[in-house]
Design a protein around this ligand. Structure first.
Ligand code: GLU
Length: 415
């Protein structure tokens, strides 16, 4: 069988599987299979050398039955509308799983920020808002950071939107720097959410977090913070990698020293005292937890059978393909599916939006406490569904989410 690696086709096939189990009305199913709206934009950007370059971008608003749409913006050289569509669908299911009052959306710009100056990136960020501002807003669609975007880029985007509106609109975008209305705890919220789901998965599978071994694919915001937070809980992070390759030390890696090394050399590879491995080898290491925290399509029909971890916690969006799901499920690997596992980011984004609208700000402890409650509740909503319906955790997560979205669609009288 040739595996389907188009992320949107994969998202649709995952939905189909859950729809069948839910006995979903065929018209509702047809409606939930496609995005409600998408916008394609061309962004002219004055480059440092005086030329004008045209960048292509997208914003896909998948479904807004449960509230304004919510989702990050990716800057990626290989961005495609199908990836953005898939990610906007996953945002819809993610917000429904953690039960926050949002629909789902996603944005993307085809660009390589590694080859751009800060000034060029700023003009691109502002140019994107100039194209999409009519379609976003605190009550309509609220962007946030994602792959290769960060709080500074959110600040420029919020500023551009506020200038167009003529007043300050912090709630138009989340993941902002703290002085501009960002929430305490948002920086490591995705990693913190992953840790809460890992804590619960460990209880179910019977792993003691003290001394548990972990391999993390990716050493960006999520990957580094995961290493730090898991090490604090007594886990041994034995391997990490980035796009250039990976490192392994069975005794555990010093996460701060690895970060320093990466800052200096732009990669984790060559870290003293560690064995060099490939990203592919990292995924199939013998360990308790393997955490894909980079991009989509990493565990596929090709390597799923070699996975030796007891738990796969999907910190990235879409890292495990459908074919791999079947294989992992047969092997008895406990999966924490992506839109449950990595929902901590958008959950604290929701808290940020609430604080912006309120104009009243919470302490870091309050944020983490509320995040823990949301993530733990969502984890058990999914786990109970999986047990009750005898389905894998991903199908169960879909069943929880789709049921909630479909109910909102029905109540509105759309289908
Ligand atoms: N980009 C993150 C995600 O995929 C966060 C989205 C948000 O905060 O709106 O969940």
């Amino acid at each position: 069988m040739t595996e389907q690696l188009n992320p949107f086709k994969m998202a649709q096939a995952q939905l189909d599987k859950a729809a069948k189990k839910l006995n979903l009305d065929p018209q509702m199913h047809a409606f939930l299979r496609e995005p409600m709206r998408e916008l394609w934009v061309s962004i002219p950007v004055r480059m440092d050398d005086g030329t004008t370059k045209i960048f292509r971008g997208f914003r896909v608003q998948y479904n807004d039955a449960r509230g304004p749409t919510k989702g990050g913006i990716r800057f990626h050289p290989e961005e495609t509308v199908d990836t953005v569509r898939a990610l906007s669908a996953w945002m819809t299911w993610k917000c429904a799983t953690v039960n926050i009052p949002y629909g789902g959306s996603k944005g993307g710009i085809i660009c390589n920020t590694k080859e751009m100056s800060q000034g060029e990136i700023e003009r691109l960020a502002r140019g994107y808002i100039d194209q999409i501002w009519r379609f976003i807003g605190p009550e309509k669609d609220i962007p946030a950071p994602d792959v290769y975007t960060n709080p500074q880029i959110m600040a420029w985007m919020m500023d551009e939107y506020s200038k167009i509106m003529g007043y300050n609109v912090p709630a138009v975008i989340t993941g902002k720097p703290i002085p501009l209305g960002g929430s305490l705890g948002r920086g490591d919220a995705t990693a913190m959410g992953v840790v809460y789901t890992i804590r619960e998965a460990a209880k179910i599978v019977g792993i003691d977090l003290k001394g548990a071994t972990v391999a993390i694919q990716g050493y960006g915001n999520a990957g580094y913070n995961l290493s730090r937070l898991l090490a604090k809980r007594g886990c041994k992070v034995i391997a990490v990698c980035d796009s250039k390759g990976g490192i392994l030390n069975d005794e555990g890696l010093d996460y701060e020293a690895v970060k320093e090394h990466k800052n200096k050399t732009r990669s984790v590879i060559g870290f003293p005292g560690a064995k060099q491995i490939t990203g592919e080898e990292l995924l199939t290491l013998k360990c308790d937890f393997v955490i894909p925290a980079a991009l989509e399509n990493q565990i596929t029909g090709r390597n799923a059978d070699n996975i030796k971890a007891k738990v796969v916690a999907e910190a990235a969006n879409g890292p495990v393909t459908l074919e791999a799901d079947e294989i992992l499920s047969k092997k008895g690997v406990f999966q924490v599916p992506d839109f449950l596992c990595n929902a901590g980011g958008v959950t604290v984004s929701y808290f940020e939006w609430v604080q912006n609208i309120y104009g009243y700000y919470w302490t870091e402890e309050e944020v983490y406490e509320k995040l823990d409650k949301k993530m733990t509740k969502a984890f058990y909503d999914v786990y109970e569904m999986a047990k009750r319906e005898s389905v894998d955790n991903r199908t169960a997560a879909y069943m929880v989410a789709v049921d909630r979205v479909a109910e909102a669609v029905r109540l509105r009288g759309w289908v």
